[in-house]
Write a protein that binds this ligand. Structure first.
Ligand code: ADP
Length: 722
């Protein structure tokens, strides 16, 4: 290898053998160079040229900038300046990036200024050693050990412990102190079993650790509960790894994660959940108990209401019916006048009972509205007819104002009439002179329904503003003094408002004392298309049209004289009244005192119509109807319920049992006539005579052959029904 130099040896120390020295330096594996104070290379050995990839002949006489990349040249210039400036010199580690290498090579540089004998700085001597391999080795050692130790020393919540083959602690990171309660200096050098094992687990753990250290396969990670130095429990997720020590001896490292806090929170959550579940269960039980109690109370209330209604209506039927009959026979005016008063008092009593029952039913949530087709014009005609006499008697004017409306609407005609009559009755009661106006106006017109506003305006005594707000509360009247001049229960307005709510509307009033009042309510009513569909009813059959009561009596007497009526009623008085009313128009009446008897009679001979009481001993009207309807010959005969069970549900039960219609007691003769006329006119010809031998054979009711056939066919338990 050639040696390149540009050195004036006349300047060199005398004792140097320059040629010898330079050839020796040229062979050295380390990089050697000499630069003059201007930064020009005066000497560079072969190793220098090789390291930097330079042409050995192109170095001497040139500067760093001329032979090295710019970055590196700048660094070298700086090293030179430092070398000349500093008293103490340190090795410099210089990274050198090759043109293609991704990793730097590392050069350890020592530089020092050389002085000539006169002490003047003469040149810079540099030596460089390629330390890339050593650095890489150091880096990888740092990666595996230092880095992991740093990690274990700093990590929080993960305890790392090392044990040698004798289970002596050889490593204990600071986090282990938090987990087990021992500082590293307390733990290192002690036995595993002295530090962390509660008594019951000691032997098992020592046994496992010994077997792992002896080469048995390590157990999978898992949770366990140990104790801290203070005895408190610590819940861990623990795993361990087996390593080899410097001499190949086994070592065990444990990594434990402290889950005590999470476990506590989980358990607490679990407790809360349990507690919550218990609470929910307890509350659910309480609620269902309360609901059952409320339902039982509700059932009791409903049963009481139904019973009371029935018990009052039955005698009222007798009182009003007998009064009616006596009225027909009365010979003197004074008799007629007194009977008229009994009738008025009875009707008044009945209206009070009806009001009380209505409000109770509404408040108990048992009130159901009907939806039938009706015409508002007809409704106005009806109410006008009912109050006409009184209006006239009081010398008042009556005016009707009606918006253009569809001919047929769907709604509860009866309840609308009740609300209007209540307003009109009050208007008449509280108006001495002037006029009463009845109005219906359309507030909203939808495709399927209309919102109508009904108003009754009077020119009566009026109501003070402070009284007005209270009026729609039940039992509220303006004048509650003992000397009050007007009767009434104070229920009418409360019922009207509730009816309006049920009909999707509101109710209210405005008034000027001394001038008059306007009472109004709104109701949402179905439009004609809906109304017509509803009119067809569930079975698609239109009910026959009823005639006016007064006309019905005459028509019955002429067109249906001699028609056979079976009347089933357990009350002798009621039977007596009803027979009289029926025979008065020429009907042929036969009576049965209970449902069983009615069935027997129906089996024996045909009838044109059956009037059926509901509550009867032995066999009630509902079951009697079901049994009749199950026989083909009795399917078409009209059966009309005539009952003191006057609630909507009662009515529905009658229809469900197979009856065609329903008349609540007390039965008003005019309405009874109208119903009879309606159904007798619509009824088919009388059912054919039955085979008489069948009847004669029947010794007891349940032995009747028809019934026998019937029980087989429709699975009716006759004994149960009876
Ligand atoms: P009742 O008329 O049976 O007492 P209501 O609830 O129908 O019960 O009426 C309650 C009260 O409202 C009446 O007692 C009366 O004081 C007052 N009132 C109702 N309508 C009118 C009216 N048109 N003019 C004056 N006061 C009325």
């Amino acid at each position: 290898m050639s040696v390149n130099h540009d050195w004036n040896f006349s300047d060199a120390p005398e004792h140097w053998s320059a040629g010898f020295c330079l050839s020796l330096l040229g062979e050295l594996p380390d990089l050697l160079w000499v630069k003059d104070l201007d930064g020009r290379y005066r000497f560079a050995n072969a190793a220098f040229a090789t390291f930097f990839g330079l042409d050995p002949g192109g170095i001497v006489g040139r500067t760093d900038r001329e032979i090295l990349p710019a970055d590196l040249a700048r660094s070298f210039e700086q090293h030179d300046r430092d070398c000349l400036a500093q008293a103490e010199l340190h090795p410099i580690e210089q990274a050198v990036m090759g043109p293609e290498s991704r990793e730097p090579r590392w050069l350890e540089i020592f530089q020092r200024p050389l002085r000539n004998p006169s002490g003047r700085r003469w040149c810079i001597l540099g030596r460089g050693r390629d330390i890339s391999a050593a650095r890489r080795a150091a880096q990888s050692a740092w990666d595996t050990e230092t880095r992991f130790h740093q990690l274990f020393e700093r990590v929080d919540g993960v305890s790392v412990q090392g044990y040698d083959r004798n289970r002596t602690v050889i490593y204990w990171n600071p986090a282990s102190e938090k987990v087990y309660g021992y500082r590293p200096e307390e733990a290192i050098g002690r036995q595993l079993e002295d530090l962390i094992i509660p008594d019951p687990m000691r032997d098992a753990v020592v046994g496992s650790v010994n077997s792992w250290l002896a080469g048995a396969p390590a157990a999978p990670a898992g949770e366990m509960t140990l104790r801290r130095s203070d005895g408190s429990p610590v819940h861990l997720f623990s795993s361990h790894v087996m390593l080899q020590g410097p001499n190949g001896e086994p070592q065990m490292y444990c990594l434990d994660i402290d889950l005590t806090e999470q476990k506590r929170m989980t358990e607490e959550l679990e407790r809360y959940r349990h507690h919550l579940e218990e609470l929910v269960l307890a509350r659910t039980a309480e609620i269902s108990e309360a609901r059952e109690r409320a339902e039982a109370a509700n059932r009791a209330k409903s049963a009481f209401l139904a019973n009371m209604s029935h018990e009052i209506r039955s005698p009222m039927n007798a009182i009003l019916g007998l009064t009616y009959l006596l009225g027909r026979e009365a010979t003197s005016d004074s008799q007629r006048e007194r009977l008229g008063r009994i009738q008025t008092a009875g009707n008044h009593l009945l209206s009070i009972i009806n009001d009380i029952l209505d409000i109770s039913k509404i408040e108990a949530g048992h009130f159901r509205l009907e939806s039938q087709p009706f015409s508002v014009t007809e409704l106005f005609d009806q109410v006008h007819a009912l109050i006409e006499e009184e209006i006239h008697a009081r010398g008042l004017q009556f005016v009707c104002e009606l918006d253009a409306l569809p001919e047929v609407l769907a709604g509860d005609n009866t309840r609308l009439r009740q609300a209007l009559l209540n307003y009109l009755g009050n208007a008449i009661k509280f108006t001495r002179e002037g006029e009463i106006r009845l109005r219906a106006r359309v507030l909203e017109a939808g495709e399927r329904d209309l919102l109508l506003r009904f108003e009754v305006e009077d020119s009566g005594i009026g109501i003070a503003p402070e009284d007005l707000a209270q009026l729609f509360q039940p039992f509220t009247q303006v004048d509650t003094s003992a000397t009050r001049g007007y009767g009434g229960t104070g229920l009418g307005l409360a019922i009207t408002r509730r009816l309006a709510h049920l009909m999707g509307g509101e109710a209210g009033a405005s008034s000027t004392p001394g001038k008059g009042s306007i009472f109004w309510f709104t109701a949402r009513l179905g439009c004609s298309e809906v109304a017509t569909r509803r009119a067809a009813g569930a079975n698609g059959r239109l009910a026959p049209r009823a005639s006016a009561p007064s006309d019905a009596e005459r028509q019955l007497a002429t067109r249906h004289r001699g028609a056979r009526v079976l009347l089933a009623d357990d009350s002798a008085t009621n039977r007596e009244v009803e027979v009289e009313i029926l025979t008065a128009v020429g009907l042929m009446v036969e009576v049965a005192e209970n449902g069983r008897r009615a069935l027997e009679m129906a089996s024996a001979s045909p009838y044109d119509i059956i009037l059926m009481d509901v509550q009867m001993p032995e066999l009630d009207g509902l079951n009697a109807t079901r049994l009749l309807r199950a026989q083909p010959e009795w399917r078409a005969c009209p059966i009309i319920a005539m009952t003191a069970s006057a609630f909507d549900d009662d009515r529905q039960r009658c229809l469900d049992a197979g009856m065609d219609d329903y008349l609540p007691k007390p039965v008003e003769p005019g309405r009874l006539y109208a119903k009879l006329l309606q159904w007798l006119t619509a009824a088919p010809a009388r059912a054919p005579e039955r085979a008489e031998e069948d009847v004669r054979e029947a010794s007891g009711f349940s032995e009747l052959p028809q019934l026998k056939r019937l029980t087989d066919r429709v699975k009716v338990d006759v004994d149960f029904a009876l």
